[in-house]
Design a protein around this ligand. Structure first.
Ligand code: FE2
Length: 332
């Protein structure tokens, strides 16, 4: 019997509370079953496994998002009016597992130690690693990464490049501060999109931290789709899933200025009055119609969750400000 994984898992959502459920979701066929093998996906708390017939050797990497580091120094004094609110937002946090008091730097440092312990080759930093683009914060992260001695990939979140109250559109502010301050984090990669091969899987790292997708990012996704290799998409802002809040805001049909409740608090321009661009909606469609995407990894929400749309799982990571992380394995 042939079962299409799309119909098998169409629009299934696993809504989770404080911690992720344990689940093993077969994509219509695993070895030992009389079904075509399209791979499968499993999750146990903070451990994710993607198995796919095109993966020939095990790969493992760590994912972090939303550390919200607020380190600053003398150089940041002249930006204090733009960094003040976020500098206080995550000073003290409660660890997501132990409930004990902690803070973003302690959590990030502990995460770096995981990579050796878990034999992970890379770390993926999926946005809001910083609460604002202070030199001191960027230098601290780069020092931690250098000490860990493992390569990283990075995409910005909506806070990494944002000095609240500075004039300009989100796209302009992102362009400016990505170049001026966040540059070391990109290690030479294009800030808007880049590719990191991980064995037989391609990590597609796409910056959607303005909630929107640019035409060259859509073209990049389509070009990679044509290659036919298994792909994982890493974006800061989760893609719209029916029934989810506006936080799952990339491609959300209700995302528009009239539903933007935080533009005054965050002192930025409101979302686009016409809603998403056609390009963003086309991107959303292309992602969830992909034949080669094995999953989407996102942050932004600060609460772990798994949704499956058209057979493609989207996993949101707990905030690293509270110690959150995901151990990700790619398995043959
Ligand atoms: Fe965040």
């Amino acid at each position: 019997m042939h079962t299409d994984r799309r119909s098998f898992l169409r629009n299934t959502a696993i809504l989770t509370g404080g911690s992720l459920l344990s689940a093993n979701l077969a994509f219509a066929g695993t070895p030992g079953l009389d079904l075509p093998d399209r791979g499968n996906f499993s999750i146990d708390g903070t451990s994710l496994r993607f198995r796919h017939p095109k993966i020939r050797s095990r790969q493992a990497f760590l994912m972090l998002a939303d550390t919200h580091l607020f380190r600053d120094d003398e150089r940041g004094k002249k930006y204090a009016e733009f960094s003040g609110r976020m500098a206080k937002a995550y000073n003290r946090t409660k660890h997501f597992e132990t409930g004990e008091d902690t803070d973003p730097e302690v959590c990030f440092t502990a995460s770096m130690a995981r990579m050796t312990e878990k034999k992970q080759s890379h770390v993926a930093l999926v946005g809001d690693i910083l609460s604002f683009p202070a030199e001191a914060g960027v230098e601290w992260v780069m020092g931690q990464l250098s000490n860990a001695g493992k390569p990283h990939v990075y995409t910005a979140g909506n806070h990494d490049w944002h000095y609240e109250g500075m004039p300009g559109s989100s796209a302009d502010l992102r362009r400016t501060w990505s170049a001026e301050r966040l540059k070391p984090l990109y290690a030479g990669a294009n800030p808007l999109f880049h590719l990191q091969p991980m064995g037989d899987v391609d990590l597609l790292i796409i910056d959607n931290s303005t909630y929107e997708i640019h035409p060259e990012q859509l073209a990049f996704f389509r070009e990679r789709e044509r290659k036919g290799r298994p792909m994982l998409l890493l974006v800061h802002i989760p893609l719209y899933v029916p029934g989810r809040s506006l936080g799952f805001g990339c491609g959300h049909p209700k995302w528009s200025a009239k539903n933007d409740r935080s533009w005054q608090l965050e002192r930025r321009q409101p979302w686009r009055s016409e809603g998403h661009t056609r390009t963003t909606m086309d991107f959303h469609r292309a992602v969830f119609r992909s034949e080669h995407l094995i999953g989407i990894l996102a942050g932004h929400i600060h609460k772990p969750s798994v949704d499956i749309v058209n057979g493609i799982p989207q996993i949101v990571c707990e905030a690293n400000a509270r110690g959150g992380y995901l151990d990700i394995e790619l398995l043959p």
